[in-house]
Design a protein around this ligand. Structure first.
Ligand code: ADP
Ligand code: MG
Length: 698
């Protein structure tokens, strides 16, 4: 259980002062549901209001705080769009305060004629005279000290003002400081001294109240320390889970090769070199008496499924069962379609179990699984349900796509206490990052495509050329091709994005009639599936989709993909989307339609996608370009996120955390020492509860 000490941090955000029903959902969108999420929302800049010039000394373009006497109100003439102006002065000169679409009564109250007020904001020059448009603050002179400070600049979301976020962050920080005052130090004191890092509370305080630009740099000691908290928690959690899976004695599963030989003979192709290597690595792992925990990495279409099938056959050869778990219903069904004929040919009973199975049919599947009659089960997270049991689960294959956490992987393997685990991922991850996301899992890479694939031609087009795209699509569907038309959809602007996708759908229907379909994340699964089925089969030729198709449907006849607003997608995402085409024998084309003008980095990113289809190269370039300063959220790139650590800036800390975690667990595997107990608090702080439970259950 989470230590009581941390309870205040895991209260909902509306428990904070100043977070009412209007603000709460916005803050939640910006940071997350709990107080701790706001604590992790760090400022990315500062506004220094300490400069207090007189009017003639104020420098244009700079933030200044001035004390002025209000001289005159000059409302704009009725119907004019000119701002409401208020002239105010000190002994050196006059400065105009300008307000657009202002309310006169409000301004008369805020700035009564003849009185002195302290104002703060950016000074500009308009018609050769100093002016301040919408001052950030107008307060009585008595409150001058309150505004003449250094202010943190927080990330914002639409509908929240900077001041609201500052207040909420202040309230969260107060909670954090109270907790920190009672929390034990979890880091090695020698390390802290060597790096000059502050304690946790002092680090929070310094990170939320930076006094200059340097203090918001990732290299500031407070930032480093907080990043290290997060990195160490992550590394510890990964190692603990890993040690647990490893430590549980596995079973040696060598198999006699009979099922595999038959399966290979029945395949209409021979394995690529990469598939063969991966197969050998997996077979060797499974033959060892310890548990396999292996990651199979390979681009979409690199042939992971066949490798997984052969691995499952090893488990079957040894008398066990195998499970394949997919992140979505559609994907599970697709895996089933691929595997069912292979299973049938080999006389192996296979079944599908998803959240949609109910009643009698579900009961009989569950029974047959428990009795060992079903040898291979394909499903979604429905496989986790407590009444699902196996006779002897030998191998769990998880088609991950980043939708399952470490905790869940642990969950399914609980269904077979000594089951081997193979995780498949189509998200190529740079070597330097594999460690962070998968701990020290063993990795097999499919870095070679099956032969006979036609390269995909990728073209960059400005949105102004959309009419040409329509003409090209007409030609393509005339020739029997299927077309994906992808519209972006991000959480932050979901409603507007959805509207854009729907209006694109209407446009295309006006041109191509009923052969156009639409799928998006808000549709019911059954509706979505029915559109997808018509796209895979008959009836729909052009599929307008938000990124839901990312999760991996296979429609070999789809040879054209249009991606609108390509500049808004992460590279990994573009790569995965594009992988949906080029799956059949015909030549495929991907049109990346961007909304110009593009910045230098944005252009370079799209060029990377145009120039290569190698997911590993793209992943490395993505990392390099993100390092080049483009702020690309990790959410967009498809990698799991860090809140405090910046993998580029803190690469050295990551390596340190990994070593540190190993050392800690070598000395104190159950985290029982005094420092071990403090580290448990750290794990809970970063919501690695599963890892702590693992340690406790021994
Ligand atoms: P992934 O799961 O990595 O996206 P799949 O396993 O679905 O890739 O394979 C994509 C397609 O390539 C499938 O139609 C599969 O039958 C085919 N395929 C797999 N391996 C080979 C190979 N060695 N030679 C030719 N085709 C292959
Ligand atoms: Mg596949």
């Amino acid at each position: 259980m989470r230590p009581e000490l941390l309870y205040p941090l895991f209260r909902p955000i509306d428990s904070l002062k100043g977070v009412g029903p209007r603000v709460a959902p916005l803050v939640q969108k910006l940071a997350g549901p709990h107080v701790v999420d706001i604590l992790w929302l760090l400022p990315h800049g500062v506004i220094d209001r300490r400069d207090r010039p007189r009017v003639t000394e104020a420098l244009p373009g700079r933030i200044a705080t001035l004390v002025l006497t209000v001289d005159e109100h000059r409302p704009p003439p009725p119907g004019s769009r000119a701002p409401y102006r208020v002239a105010a002065s000190d002994e050196t000169g006059t400065l105009t305060l300008a307000f657009f679409r202002a309310n006169r009564d409000y301004l008369m109250k805020l700035l009564p004629i003849g009185e002195r007020r302290a104002v703060s904001g950016r000074v500009e020059v308009y018609n050769d005279l100093p002016q301040m448009v919408h001052p950030d603050y107008v307060v009585p002179v008595a409150d001058l000290a309150e505004i003449q400070t250094v202010e943190p600049v927080y990330p914002l979301t639409h509908g929240l003002t900077a001041r609201t976020v500052q207040k909420v962050a202040r309230a969260a920080l107060d909670v954090g400081l109270a907790v920190a005052a009672k929390a034990p130090e979890w880091h090695d004191p020698a390390l802290m001294a060597r790096r000059g890092w502050p304690g946790w509370g002092a680090a929070l305080e310094a990170a939320h109240h930076p006094q200059d630009e340097e203090a918001v740099s990732p290299q500031a000691p407070a930032r480093q320390r907080l990043a290290y908290d997060e990195l160490l928690a992550t590394q510890l959690a990964l190692l603990i889970v890993r040690a647990k899976m490893r430590g549980r004695a596995g079973r040696a599963r060598a198999g006699d090769g009979s099922l595999r030989r038959a399966a290979l003979a029945a395949l209409p192709f021979t394995l690529t070199g990469a598939q063969q290597r991966a197969m050998e690595e997996i077979a060797a792992d499974m033959a060892r008496p310890t548990r396999m925990l292996r990651l199979l990495q390979g681009d979409v279409g690199s042939g992971k499924t066949v490798v997984a099938w052969l691995a499952m056959l090893i488990a079957l050869e040894c008398g066990g069962q195998a499970a394949l778990m997919a992140p979505t219903e559609i994907l599970a069904r697709q895996h089933m379609e691929t595997l069912a004929p292979l299973a049938q040919a080999a006389g192996i009973r296979i079944a599908l179990l998803t959240g949609r199975d109910k009643g009698r049919a579900r009961d009989s599947t569950v029974e047959a699984l428990a009795a060992g009659e079903i040898r291979v089960i394909v499903g979604t997270h429905a496989l986790f349900q407590s009444d699902v049991a196996f006779q002897d689960l030998g191998l769990v294959v998880i088609d991950e796509q980043h939708r399952f956490g470490v905790d869940q992987r642990l969950g399914l393997s609980g269904k077979g206490p000594d089951a081997d685990v193979l995780v498949m991922t189509a998200t190529p991850i740079p070597r330097t990052l594999t460690l962070t996301h998968y701990g020290d899992m063993d990795v097999s890479r499919l870095d070679e495509k099956p032969p006979g694939r036609q390269p995909i031609e990728t073209v960059l087009l400005s949105a102004q050329r959309l009419p040409e795209v329509n003409a090209a699509i007409r030609r393509a569907i005339g020739g029997g091709a299927k077309v994906y038309w992808v519209c972006p959809l991000v959480e932050e602007s979901e409603t507007a994005d959805l509207a854009a996708a729907e209006s694109r759908y209407e446009d295309l229907r006006a041109v191509f009639g009923g052969r156009v379909g639409l799928v998006h994340g808000r549709m019911k699964p059954a509706e979505k599936d029915s559109v997808m089925e018509r796209f895979a089969g008959e009836g729909v030729d052009v599929l307008v989709a938000t990124t839901v198709i990312e999760v991996g449907v296979n429609v070999p006849a789809a040879t054209v993909m249009v991606i609108e607003h390509a500049e808004r997608f992460g590279l990994a995402q573009l790569h995965q989307l594009r992988g949906r085409i080029g799956r059949g024998g015909a030549k495929s084309t991907c049109l990346l339609v961007y909304q110009g003008p593009l910045g230098e980095v944005a252009r370079e990113r799209l060029q990377v996608i145009r120039n290569t289809e190698d997911g590993f190269v793209i992943a490395e370039e993505d990392l390099r370009l993100r390092g080049a300063g483009e702020v690309l959220g990790t959410r967009q790139s498809g990698l799991p996120q860090f809140r405090l650590a910046d993998l580029e800036a803190h690469a050295d800390l990551l390596a340190m955390a990994s070593d540190d975690a190993k050392l800690i667990l070598n000395r104190d595997p159950d985290l029982e020492s005094e420092r071990g107990r403090a580290l448990r608090v750290l794990l809970y702080l970063f919501e690695r509860d599963a890892a702590v439970r693992t340690v406790q259950s021994g």
